[in-house]
Write a protein that binds this ligand. Sequence first.
Ligand code: ATP
Ligand code: MG
Ligand code: MG
Ligand code: MG
Length: 465
Amino acid sequence: MKSSEIREKFLGFFAERGHAIVRSSPLVPGNDPTMLLTNSGMVQFKDVFLGIEKRPYTRATSVQRCVRAGGKHNDLENVGYTARHHTFFEMLGNFSFGDYFKRDAIRYAWELLTDVYRLPPEKLWITVYQEDDEAYDIWVKDIGLPEERVIRIGDNKGARYASDNFWQMADTGPCGPCSEIFYDHGPEIPGGLPGTPEEDGDRYIEIWNLVFMQYNRDEAGNLSPLPMPCVDTGMGLERLAAVLQHVHSNYDIDLFQHLIRAAARETGTTDLEDNSLKVIADHIRASAFMIVDGLIPGSDGHGYVLRRIIRRALRHGHKLGQSRPFFYKLVKDLVEEMGAAYPELKESASQVERILLHEEERFGETLENGMKILEAALPSGTKVLDGETAFTLYDTYGFPLDLTADICREREITLDEDGFDVAMERQKAAARAAGKFKMAAMLDYHGENTEFVGYTKLQEEGKII
Ligand code: ATP
Ligand code: MG
Ligand code: MG
Ligand code: MG
């Protein structure tokens, strides 16, 4: 089943069950200044959950574009390392605003997966929140799953990948216990059941999270009940596509294979399994959609998240031997793959190309020189990269720290981040001492400030509702 068909079937299933089909909101949340980028389907409904905003429907369904490259849910460091994480992905979701709750949310999910998408029930594993007997009983008694296939899991705070069955959008805001559905990709893949120390592997892949929104967390960390219990679910389109296309990695699905082939073409790479191609394919999606939604690369805030993603992609291109702009050329392939589902991408394609090319030209000159500095600082056998060099790369060559860290990780070298902070502090103190005129000049030197073109303009033009 192709990605496009998966999207349609999902929306159709919930529309038949009385859900309003709501368009994806932009990647920059319009209703929440504390949140940099939309990380899930519920973000556009946050105020509805809180009871602040009313909508003409109590059930909704959407395919939401999401970015997880900063903030509470940050998967930038996972891209290229796991089979299931992207910076940009599409989240299929259904929502109930004080309408149905746990029982129907679970029934719908099970029916859709096993009847419509025809997943074999014996491949599915379930987790529920430790104390949530109600959800546990629905899975075991209503759906009829064997008890050993329903696993109770707690908060698991601090664990990097570990399952956490209490979902929060961010440090504050709507939250609640959740129940998750995992797919077993088979014993030949390393990894253990959720809730076990081996779960970090990619054998059992989480495909769908059903969140039972019941609380609002305030800045002091206190939970108060929402005006009405709600449902918020999220399923990664790419993960479901991997299951339905009988591949293990998200990067092997139709949509990604097209982009990987395009990245190989533009970088002259013959080995289609090269990890750098996956990173580039991931990053073109994130970069392009962020630009579609009104962002341009810059030196702080949203713009810096975008710049970091672009520069990482360019570094991977460099690793593949590419010294001329190539990244912007992937936009047309992306449009071929996703333009039908996202007309706004098609409409802004030439602007996206222009902005990417500009950033490539800007960074290209210094990437080459920066890499030389780095290679000189890392003769073979080096165990630690000193903070001073990392700072020079950042300050003079525009290498965001996470880019340098990524290179170190590939080579199993420790990066002295404390040393980096010391160098950064020294620089700031010097700037303060030099006074504000010099400071202004420095800011200028670091490049343009983030500009947010804004989606109000796009809205005015009728491009987004
Ligand atoms: P994981 O534990 O695998 O990191 P998660 O628990 O962080 O996933 P949720 O916040 O529960 O994910 O998001 C709901 C769904 O969105 C997930 O079940 C998954 O299908 C999908 N998803 C989450 N993060 C990503 C990502 N970085 N790339 C692709 N799909 C994702
Ligand atoms: Mg995660
Ligand atoms: Mg998880
Ligand atoms: Mg989850």
